[in-house]
Design a protein around this ligand. Sequence first.
Ligand code: AMP
Length: 115
Amino acid sequence: MDIFCKIINKEIPAEVVYEDKEILAFRDIHPVAPVHVLIIPKKHIESANELSDGDAQLIGKMVVLAKKIAQDLQISEKGYKLLIRTGKDGGQEVPHLHLHLIGGAELYEEIRPIN
Ligand code: AMP
């Protein structure tokens, strides 16, 4: 079982900021900015590669929730970054789909042109 499924099952602790029957959001254990929240589906989906058409509403809810959490944590006015890493080249470490909500600092650097 992946580590995020264990957090969903309350087998390991997390600083939860939102929970409903489909979605859990919690603080990243190694934040890269003052606000770093992970938003995950409770249903196990390994990565964006495993999404199906039937997951469109779930993914939409995750993005709308990210906006609401950004508002609650008062970073929406200055802006934030939403990120889904996928697979090896994408740098995904945990094999359970997650949306990073990152903000509270200027975050210009992560993606740069290669030419
Ligand atoms: P990714 O590289 O996109 O797969 O991101 C995985 C993220 O999960 C990293 O930012 C980790 O810091 C975070 N992470 C790993 N284990 C935990 C945990 N137990 N609680 C909270 N965040 C975690």
